[in-house]
Design a protein around this ligand. Sequence first.
Ligand code: 4AD
Ligand code: MG
Length: 477
Amino acid sequence: MRHTKVKDLLNSTTTLQEVNAKGWVRTFRNNQFIALNDGSTINNIQCVVDFENTPDEILKRITTGAAVSVTGNLVESKGAGQKYEIKVAKLEILGDSDPEKFPMQPKKHSLEFLRENAHLRVRTNSFGAIMRIRSVLSFAVHNYFQQKGFVYVNTPIITGADAEGAGEMFQVTSLPLDNLPKTEEGTIDYKKDFFGKHTNLTVSGQLEGETFAMALGQIYTFGPTFRAENSNTSRHLAEFWMIEPEVAFNDLDANMDLAEDFIQYVIKYALDNCGDDLKFLEGRLLEEEKSKPQAERSEMTLLEKLNFVLENNFKRVSYTEAIDILRESTPNKKKKFSYIINEWGADLQSEHERYLVEKHFKCPVILFDYPANIKAFYMRLNEDGKTVRAMDILFPGIGEIVGGSQREERFDVLVEKMKALGIDEKELSWYLDTRRFGSAVHSGFGLGFERLVLFVTGMTNIRDVIPFPRTPGSAEF
Ligand code: 4AD
Ligand code: MG
């Protein structure tokens, strides 16, 4: 007999004869009530066991984590909170789960403990909800761009380029590490390597994406990116997923419009399609808030926060204005920040970004026109000669969620900038072809997918919104 998803059973419009459900036992109460979950929804279906006619050996094997198959009628439930339950006629244990050994017991586990069990934590309500929301959000990303006629481009994972020029790359080699071939000068001879050159895992698909935008008009990438930055924070992963749209003929303003519209679309999509999971996570957060002192509690619930982003325009502020605000906010250099910005030209730290978003503007902020020297080489230089058409989108509780820019479309200006930064022109000759042949104004941005999932789920550690997190010193599973 084919099994029916728990979600479909719970959404049934009538009672049903003889249904079959398969899933994992969450709890088993009073030797009678199984809470069965199959991952299709946060909600369990209650299965009522005829314990008087079920052998003890079987009852004993109905333990948390066990896989079971239940067959019986779908009947109206007398219990509170559920419309239907299964009156079990036949029960089969598909896979036992030793209650002494199964780590995911029905009690509150710490997030740290769950991280150490990333392969099993998805069997908890919270992680089931997070991973379903993550899946829906990625579908929403594709939906948004596909509806607008963007072409999805798969940029390479292995590349010779350092798109961001930050040098935070994982090297890729097939050379024997204990016997590296050397050149006559004594350096590693990458000509003998698999690709005949030095390669690394991509930090961004942007440069390759630009070449496609200059032919297909509007493109987006959505794939894994890698950064060997040693930032052991709750916002950084060594392997994360990035969405990078790139659009020919868009200037920075159009780029901001696109980013704002896109983010609001995907958040709305989650609100419309993940109601039960979001409500569950909201409840979880409310519980957590209760343990905090009043002053530290969030003014908004999770759903209020998400709706707020939909209903309010993002505030657009230039870097220079932002610096003035930050300076004015610390008139006597009070210890508001651990690092005080005195000079125009300094990079903002996450504490400054969060001050602007959470305390000053109290809404998402798009910062633009950053000093050229703190941004990547490919950004369009402004007429002032010292700022570039960069934009970062800052979100409450997250900080930077998007980084993007209008690109430098002028061949000579770009080459000069590369020279000044010591970037090898020959290495990037293919990239410069976009400026050699039919160059045009174009813009794009990168959205860190996990930072979006963090925001939507209300979680606070990025390790909790990706199935198997990669962070410094940690690549288990
Ligand atoms: O600001 P970033 O470095 O920009 C780029 O890579 C550009 N090439 C994007 C573009 O214009 N096409 O990274 C973009 C976003 C950040 O705003 C952040 O959300 C996320 O990627 N991000 C990370 N997320 C998790 N862990 C990390 N280590 C991240 N580094 C960046
Ligand atoms: Mg950035």
